[in-house]
Ligand binder design. Sequence first.
Ligand SMILES: NC(=O)c1ccc[n+]([C@@H]2O[C@H](COP(=O)([O-])OP(=O)(O)OC[C@H]3O[C@@H](n4cnc5c(N)ncnc54)[C@H](OP(=O)(O)O)[C@@H]3O)[C@@H](O)[C@H]2O)c1
Length: 328
Amino acid sequence: MLLKKIILILEALLMTAFVMPEEKPMKKNADTIRLNSGFNMRRTQERASRVFDKQKLADTIQLNSGFNMPVLGLGTWTLTGETCENAVYAALKSGYRLIDTAKYYGNEREVGNAIRRAIKDGICKREEIFVTTKLVPWSNNPDLDIDDSLKQLGLSYIDLCLLHQHGSASGDDAVYKAMIRAVKSGKIRSIGISNFYTEKTVSHFINDFEIPPAVIQNENHLKYQNNSLRDWAAKKGIYIESYYPFGGRGHTKEHFQNETVLEIARTHGKSAAQIIVRWHLQSGYIAIPGSSNPSHIAENFDVWDFELTVNEMKKLNALDTGQRYENW
Ligand SMILES: NC(=O)c1ccc[n+]([C@@H]2O[C@H](COP(=O)([O-])OP(=O)(O)OC[C@H]3O[C@@H](n4cnc5c(N)ncnc54)[C@H](OP(=O)(O)O)[C@@H]3O)[C@@H](O)[C@H]2O)c1
């Protein structure tokens, strides 16, 4: 009897020793971005501390639509014809999986050609690529515009479609409603807005429509850091995507030749462009540097093997002037 009792006690002790500790539920934290690599990337600059994995393909974030979006992509504004096709192909070859275009750029066909060429050459599969396009707010028929973008791109769905900019209240709403219809019919996966800089203007799209924006694509760079919008949007589950990450054409020198940027670049043995890309990513932004030059394209993507320190981030944050270059 005593022996049986001792065996039972021993069994109970063994059970508790080998029971796996219960996995603690992840604390929902608006300050972190869940990457598909399983890591959380800190959104707030003060606490930016994550070293990205050395990997060929960019990390992705999960949008409020449930779809994943790469955090680094190629911008194609001003790229046309063969230059555009070659740049997009070079980007996909370098490991990019996010390509940003717009109906207004007139290059959706070239973007589509490059994607098809890359798929044919075994560089990537359609489902690995994330294509963003944008609709102008002055369209008479945004539903037809969406169909036309699909045709130009040669794709069966668009990953992210943005209202390109504010036009008129009724025009903006008409485009946004058309994008929602297209989500329902499977033509678009995620929707967003672009060139909306205040909580008030963004709130309209959150409060008055059944699908909120997943992404706000805005002018955003070292000289114009709209942190308050980023932090507010993060709490609403919306990401900010930086356009003009290097200041845009005509202003890149101010960024690339900035002494603070150059000093940090020397410390890491990296280029000014790479430091700036890291600043965007560690700040919690999605970034889409534009380039027609395959070596710049590769350079801008080679940013996964180093990390800016909290102090370096603070120095870069201090370059903010609060002034945008554009006024649209
Ligand atoms: N939603 C909107 O209203 C809106 C507005 C503007 C832009 N965008 C999007 O945002 C993207 C980015 O903006 P952006 O292209 O206008 O400006 P950007 O990315 O700030 O700067 C592009 C300029 O930087 C140069 N560059 C790129 N990488 C470089 C490197 N490693 N070294 C030296 N120079 C380098 C490019 O020249 P090279 O060609 O010689 O590399 C080009 O002149 C656009 O392409 C577009 O997709 C959206």
